[in-house]
Design a protein around this ligand. Sequence first.
Ligand code: GLU
Length: 313
Amino acid sequence: MPLTTPITGRFAPSPTGALHTGSLVSAVGSWLMAKSVGGRWLVRIDDLDTPRQQPGMVDDILATLERFGLLWDGELSWQSRNRQAYEEAFEQLNRCGALYPCSCSRKEIAQAASAPHPADDCLSYPGSCRDTTPNGKSIRSWRVRVTDEPICFHDRRRGLICQNLSSGCGDFAVRRGDGEFAYQLAVVLDDHLTGVNQVVRGDDLLNSTPRQIHLQRLLGLPQPEYCHLPLVTGPGGAKLSKRDNLVSHHLGNWNGREGLLLHAVLCFLGLTPGQELRGAPGNEILAWGAAHFDVTRIPLTGGELAFTTQRLD
Ligand code: GLU
């Protein structure tokens, strides 16, 4: 038996659009963190949200990663092929009474919510259907019960993070009325099925992590370590315009200049690569990054990716 479990990290893009500088930071950050300790780095295509997918996007994302020297270990995995595992987890949760059907619409929840949660992706659910059966009403979602206590975890960059799900977002949806599974449940199973024990992703998903830990605990699954990375913003801290910051093999907007962008990403993550590395081949810059990576140097706040605002020619 090895004394320590080897690290398995991952990058999980959704094929709803081309990679942008923000997603490149997540890809590079997760690659560096896994590779700096000799771990594996997997790529999973998060293709559950079928209507929002764009044709050809998977090929473009993979070609872009390769172009930047971000080569994954082993086979690609696909969320859409894990539905059987989601179904079994759903049954397991249902059998132990953790779930209930909910007939509330988004509008009803928004009206009943005591306070809006603008920074979050969830409308705080007041529990209207918790103890009633939606008699004759159509089921809009299946929700998992949460408890009124903090869920805490240690984030490798942010330190101790605690959230009380009960006051934070309430019982949350794990499945839609039409049968499709929600991201929160899917991601927990996806990571478990591929042995992922290190989740490195953008700060925009920090709020989802306590919900995912709640599901891991109910399902008896191990908890990966987490590291949420600072977000790339537009000028002056404005939300990043993803359209203007695309990084796409197909568009070719960075082709031939991958090294310049990678250099900027390493600086964004707190590394100090020398100027001579600017423009070096991607795999050389990444190898330097893995050898010098230090999670404690990742800045606490995000900002602009210095390079992208400068003219290149
Ligand atoms: N597929 C998700 C996204 O592109 C990321 C999921 C995750 O990293 O947990 O935002």
